[in-house]
Design a binder for this molecule. Sequence first.
Ligand SMILES: Cc1cc2nc3c(=O)[nH]c(=O)nc-3n(C[C@H](O)[C@H](O)[C@H](O)COP(=O)(O)O)c2cc1C
Length: 211
Amino acid sequence: MKVLLVNGSPHEKGCTYTALTEVAETLKEEGIDSEIYWIGIKPLAGCTACKSCAKTGKCAFNDKVNEFLDIAIEADGFIFGSPVHYAAATGAITSFMDCAFYTNGLGGRNAFYLKPAAAIISARRAGTTATLDQLNKYFTISQMPIISSRYWNMVHGAQPEDVKKDFEGLQTMRVLARNMAWFLKCKEAGMKAGVQLPVKEDMIFTNFIRD
Ligand SMILES: Cc1cc2nc3c(=O)[nH]c(=O)nc-3n(C[C@H](O)[C@H](O)[C@H](O)COP(=O)(O)O)c2cc1C
């Protein structure tokens, strides 16, 4: 089993990466593979609502989003990491996740359905819980069980060395990784024992318009 760890920071090896590394090492101890996927620093377009993904299954901007979705289909779980930029997720990870989740939904890719997910946040000081709430919303609209830890998933620091001294933050990452591993093992055991996936309903789509 494999968990995809998305680094939404402009720093390839910064604070968010340091937190994700703690998750990766703990997952390894639990027998779960992982891969850190960096979204990079090239501009990522926000969703322009062109809806071409509904026809092609791909984002019209052929950037990291399409590459990620091709890998995501094989993953069993996800952790998305973002630094706090102005008390919110970075513009880049917001564009990335808008396009990835919209393309996945409209394009019928099924990369996220019932796969466990969590967000982890890195900040010098403030804006962490608002950012955590922001990223969790992608999971709850996508039928992804959210894995929690013992505290809200955050580390503090401006440099990786700061994060390495945030012992509580790193412990929060390890607990999160163990809870993710436990859930994945339970899901696998349940599926092997014949637990069926939930019955699906056709989508009812209203825009609060009433005749
Ligand atoms: C544009 C920008 C805005 C930021 N806004 C905040 C903020 O609102 N609150 C905060 O605590 N840190 C803020 N920071 C600092 C980063 O969140 C913090 O240094 C983070 O740990 C960096 O993670 P990284 O090394 O993975 O990029 C900001 C940094 C940048 C570049």
